[in-house]
Design a protein around this ligand. Structure first.
Ligand SMILES: Nc1ncnc2c1ncn2[C@@H]1O[C@H](COP(=O)(O)OP(=O)(O)OP(=O)(O)O)[C@@H](O)[C@H]1O
Ligand SMILES: O=P(O)(O)OC[C@H]1O[C@H](OP(=O)(O)OP(=O)(O)O)[C@H](O)[C@@H]1O
Ligand SMILES: [Mg+2]
Length: 281
């Protein structure tokens, strides 16, 4: 039976559970459950702290896991990224009190609070900067005002927490993170694991595209195809009125409203967008 780790709480857990449910896997009936046996799909799910998931997968105790790219990197576990899942996007930044122009070189000799000590140590070492790392488990943004650190390195989502504590981010992002599906590095996935990855990928890709259908004057078809080239190429079907054709194409979700405006301006009619719940490309 395939064994898969899923975040039991925190920023990634809800989105991860939603993708798995959409992919047809059994849901947890109680948020305190630590395992779910999905006999119909021959998968056992283990609900673990996101920080621990790469360790289990890297050691081969579990076959696959969903965690954050930043957490997997910090864990030092030997894992491969099978799939970027498109939720839980964040950057990992240095930050310090606003009011002066900080650069990474200013970190020399400082105390830096973080929950991601390995990520930060590796970055400082690569720059030849020596600084003391203060390991904290969370709420890192408050550590400077409490006097235990001069700067922090932490996850930034909206940036709201930094602003609330009068901090500014500086330097490049140490990690551009999102939820990722990971496997043990250097091992070939068996058939069950490959099928699991494909199913989850089908939902994740589906969420990133919408299907556009529209009616197009035949004379404008070439221009319309440039706007919606689809994946291979759009489907073009005849209509009862020979001067018109029906066109169907997948387009990236984030661009679809603009593309619909362009099609409308071009002269297309009855332009419809629909969600893709799952797919295999
Ligand atoms: N505000 C946020 N926006 C986007 N992603 C976030 C945010 N906060 C955390 N993450 C991502 O979620 C993952 C783990 O964060 P999470 O808060 O769930 O775990 P944790 O801090 O170890 O647990 P907890 O906060 O429950 O102690 C990381 O990959 C991180 O990048
Ligand atoms: O940029 P923002 O959108 O404000 O989000 C960033 C904050 O979210 C996370 O904290 P979390 O809620 O996980 O608490 P924690 O610090 O205890 O982990 C992260 O560690 C930052 O503190
Ligand atoms: Mg957190």
């Amino acid at each position: 039976m395939l064994r898969v780790a899923v975040p039991n709480k925190g920023a990634l857990s809800e989105s991860a559970a939603a993708v798995l449910a959409e992919a047809g896997y059994r849901k947890r009936s109680d948020s305190k459950d630590l395992t779910v046996l999905d006999n119909a799909n021959d998968v056992e799910f283990f609900f673990l702290r996101p920080k621990d998931i790469a360790i289990y997968v890297g050691e081969g105790t579990l076959d696959l896991g969903i965690t954050g790219r930043d957490l997997a990197g910090d864990s030092g576990a030997a894992v491969d990224e099978e799939l970027a899942m498109g939720f839980g996007s964040s950057t990992f930044r240095y930050a310090a009190p606003a009011g002066r122009d900080w650069t990474v070189a200013d970190l020399e000799g400082t105390r830096i609070a973080t929950s991601y000590a390995n990520l930060v140590r590796a970055d400082l070492d690569s720059r030849g900067i020596s600084a003391e790392i203060i390991r904290l488990d969370g709420a890192v943004e408050i550590s400077i005002q409490l006097g235990v650190a001069d700067a922090i390195a932490d996850v930034v989502g909206s940036g709201r927490t930094l602003r609330q504590h009068g901090l500014v981010a500086f330097g490049e992002s140490l990690c551009d993170s999102e939820g990722v599906l990971i496997s043990r590095a250097g091992t070939e996935n068996d058939k069950a694991a490959r099928q699991f990855v494909k199913r989850v990928q089908g939902v994740v890709f589906g969420q990133q595209y919408v299907m556009i259908d529209y009616d197009c004057p035949r004379a404008l078809l070439d221009k319309a195809v440039e706007i919606t080239p689809g994946i291979e190429s759009p489907t073009v079907a005849p209509m009862a009125d020979e001067d018109w054709v029906a066109v169907r194409a997948l387009v990236p979700r984030r661009a679809h409203q603009n593309l619909m405006d362009e099609l409308s301006e071009l002269g297309a009619r009855a332009i419809l967008a629909s969600d893709i719940r799952s797919c295999r490309f």
